[in-house]
Design a protein around this ligand. Sequence first.
Ligand code: PXG
Length: 440
Amino acid sequence: MNAPVTTNNLDAFWMPFTANRQFKKSPRMFVSADRMHYTTAEGNKVLDGTAGLWCVNAGHNRPKIVEAIRQQAGELDYAPAFQMGHPKAFELASKLVQLTPPGIDHVMYTNSGSESVETALKTALAYHRVKGDGSRFRLIGRERGYHGVNFGGISVGGIVPNRKMFGTLLTGVDHLRHTHDPDRNAFTRLQPEHGVEFAEDLERIIALHDASTIAAVIVEPVAGSTGVLLPPKGYLKRLREICDKHGILLIFDEVITGFGRLGTPFAADYFDVVPDIMVTAKGLTNGVIPMGAVFVKNEIHDAFMNGPEHMIEFFHGYTYSGNPIASAAGLGTLETYQDEGLLTRGAEMAPYWEEALHSLKGLPHVIDIRNIGLIGAIELEPIAGEPTRRAFSAFLDAYNKGLLIRTTGDIIALSPPLIIERNEIDFLVDTLSGVLKSLN
Ligand code: PXG
């Protein structure tokens, strides 16, 4: 029997990555948002400590983005993505590639981070093949990596609950070890001192499979979803060197780190390591309209531009690739970032953010604090036999005190909109301090 349709029936919607039964007993509903704050259904203000899900980098309800979407919807609502074009998709692409490192001047659109990952992996495989190097079919990810929820992404990803239910996944995948080493690196500010040697794990994998079978390595420059793991000093440069030595493509998944999160446009800028392919989404449209983008080095793009000109060069794309309204939202977002210097504002705020977060050291259950740009993580000692319970209690308590945080395992992750002011950082940290002091 169908459930009755009522405005307060919460049963029909099976919510993503949510404790559905807990939520539906005690719902947390946002009804509006402006700049740094949400308003709940009960009329309470909640500070957005996570930029939505790491995506609302310019804060909420930004006029240029709202207006761009409104206007575009009334002008050209949709245009076919295949064999047809519309101006805004090209305008956005041209502006985007001005932000990327030199030599990365081409971009493909998707509708999410997960699709961007699939696009990047497929591009890497196809690139080797069009070059006549089709024996390079293996993809290398990393333990604890998050690359979305589609089959390619969970195959190269390394988050166990996201993979274990779904059968054999892609074949020909292997994983680097993760870089988390709290014994040596706990409470380090910015990049850990120890662990450059973890990059040598790639040489082990290459020795096992032979370089001639490996297409690409994909990593998050800073691993986000798994609980904010920073690359040890020198680690990413070493991965780059090893990939270069063996003709393997290096893919950076910048879905979280892209668009100013570290105080630079991309993590590639922050770490001064240029990948061959960059995967993005989230901040591209400020999270307002779903859109992702995959940036590729010119030699990758150019390798496909062969054969008869009437032929499709790459058999890949989506109905909504470069959708007009998403493109307009992207342009409004870039304008907002540029007007307000948001792609580098994180660098100005980072020292204050770092001090504030590390002031929580010594509070009950806190076993590590990590930070970079406008990202932070507070790792809690799990309750024995009840992993995730302590952090989830912190999440609920913070929400009741007017602060939105994210938790993953027993780690609190923070990534506020890049417009955050000092007094808002103070509120965030004072609230968290109260939450931590009253935790079981
Ligand atoms: N790659 C990375 C590095 C991500 O962080 C994706 C791909 C997938 O993006 P989509 O748009 O398909 O969700 C992500 C997404 C969290 C959290 O709080 C992180 C993500 C999504 C939702 C929550 O850790 N990352």
